[in-house]
Ligand binder design. Structure first.
Ligand code: ZN
Length: 244
């Protein structure tokens, strides 16, 4: 059977969104998974989401939230107060073994000619954000494989490097070209921020070099109710319905 990858990340403890995404993966005939990190944070189902992601048995890279939850020496002061509050709540709601698993995640993985990283290939430990061509250019210098998938901004995007330079391409289904490099942001399963509240992930078929962006409706209200029931900041529930 031809390989078909699902690349997903920034699940952020959103069980409703994750379940819908995995159901779609099955319907799409996905054979392999890659996870771009930030399994936990922001939403109210860290245990359940970790169990599911670990159950996939796929490569997973460490996101900044995974890093903060598992590294008790970190100062949460330079984190947004809402995010910091959820980090502390998440620590209380995960067992030691799960926290250690998050702490042991690698920052970058290359598997079958594809690299995954949470933020960028240049200094992945700094968790820098890529929003423009210049920032993408810095990544490309350190990107060893033609294709790298990432997340972190929660905004799906394609950056392409060709002989003519670095170009930003709006997320769209496309066939990747030989001789070029691609740095593709797969968006966020659990907290999209590009104004579209639907859960996002990407599929990739090596045989045809085709990338597809999937957007899926899920039960946002159920995810919001969980956040409120857990006593987490209301703003985190609200933003889900606006995709911000
Ligand atoms: Zn994130």
């Amino acid at each position: 059977m031809a390989k078909k990858f699902a690349i997903l990340g920034d699940v952020h403890s959103n069980l409703e969104a994750l379940n819908v995404v995995l159901e779609d993966c099955r319907a799409q005939g996905v054979t392999d998974f890659l996870c771009t990190g930030d399994v936990i944070g922001y939403n109210a189902c860290p245990r359940e989401c970790m169990e599911i992601i670990r159950g996939l048995g796929c490569p997973v890279v460490k996101g900044n939230h995974d890093d903060y939850v598992s590294d008790f020496s970190q100062n949460l002061n330079n984190f947004h107060p809402h995010a910091a509050q959820v980090i502390e709540w998440t620590r209380e709601n995960l067992d030691e073994e799960s926290i250690a698993w998050l702490g042991n995640l690698p920052l970058s993985v290359t598997s079958m000619g594809i690299t995954i990283v949470h933020s960028t290939c240049d200094h992945p430990e700094n968790f820098g954000y890529v929003f423009d061509n210049l920032q993408a250019e810095a990544n490309f210098i350190h990107q060893k494989t033609p294709i790298c998938f990432h997340g972190h901004t929660h905004c799906p995007m394609i950056y392409e490097k060709s002989m003519s330079g670095v170009w930003r391409i709006d997320p769209q289904d496309m066939q990747l070209q030989m001789g070029r490099k691609y740095f593709i942001n797969v968006g966020s399963v659990g907290q999209p921020r590009d104004g579209d509240p639907r859960a996002t992930y990407v599929t990739y078929e090596p045989a045809t070099k085709t990338v597809r962006f999937r957007r899926l409706e899920y039960d946002i209200q159920a995810a919001q109710e969980r956040i409120r029931a857990a006593g987490l900041p209301d703003r985190l529930a609200e933003r889900l319905q606006f995709g911000q």
